[in-house]
Design a protein around this ligand. Structure first.
Ligand code: ADP
Ligand code: MG
Length: 207
């Protein structure tokens, strides 16, 4: 693949959307062609799967079903958008990717992490991010930042669930420090962005 996939991970309210917007604007100023997508969703079929996943009425959904739906949404997004755009040599910014499933369904809900990684390879056509930003924040603090928002099916889960997700992300970062950059999300938006940009400049050889 000639292009570059950059993913943004972390709990709700950790600042993913905020940083993605800053990175988009920055790369635009640097005359780079960037495409932004979000998970689950990003394309029509995957957005439909997203609706099923986040619908608060789906109280009976099993962890396995949930995992596979995330993977199905991801597979369609990869096939329709991510793979072709990377092939064309462009930059893709993705709000959540496979690490989210490892953290939320694996560490959070007890689904076998090895199974998730194996299905993940299939769903992503083995495409991996060049760099992943993990914005680390206390689950309670993150959730308090998004207090005003209507909570979806996942966001409604108990605080101890969100704490396990955070621990999961921390494990992922510990295992793959080359790819996953753990950033303290308690800092100001500007401080966080300064760290993010430093990594992006190095990765894309921007001076
Ligand atoms: N570093 C930060 N410090 C304080 N508030 C922040 C910071 N980054 C983002 N926010 C605010 O917290 C809320 C959640 O941020 P957002 O980027 O939407 O997080 P996410 O996309 O990870 O859910 C927003 O209101 C945003 O303005
Ligand atoms: Mg967001």
């Amino acid at each position: 693949m000639k292009g570059t996939l950059i993913t943004f991970e972390g709990s709700e309210g950790s600042g993913k959307s905020t940083q993605i917007e800053l990175v988009r604007a920055y790369l635009k100023r640097k005359k780079k062609t960037v495409l932004f997508v979000r998970e689950p969703g990003g394309v029509k079929i995957s957005e439909k799967i997203r609706d099923v996943l986040l619908d608060v009425k789906n109280t009976k959904m099993s962890s396995e079903c949930e995992t596979l739906l995330y993977m199905a949404a991801r597979a369609q997004l990869v096939e329709e958008v991510i793979a072709p755009v990377l092939k064309a040599g462009k930059i893709v910014l993705c709000d959540r990717f496979l690490d989210s499933t490892v953290a939320y369904q694996g560490y959070g809900n007890g689904v076998d992490v090895r199974a998730i990684k194996s299905i993940g390879k299939f769903a992503t056509q083995t495409i991996k991010p060049e760099i992943t930003f993990f914005f680390d924040i206390d689950a309670k603090k993150g959730l308090s930042r998004i207090k005003g928002r209507a909570k979806d099916r996942i966001e409604r889960r108990a605080l101890r669930y969100h704490n396990r997700v955070r621990k999961g992300y921390t494990e992922i970062a510990r295992k793959e420090p080359g790819r996953v950059k753990l950033i303290d999300a308690n800092q100001t938006k500007e401080e966080i962005f300064a760290v993010v940009v430093k990594h992006i400049d190095r990765l894309l050889k921007i001076h």
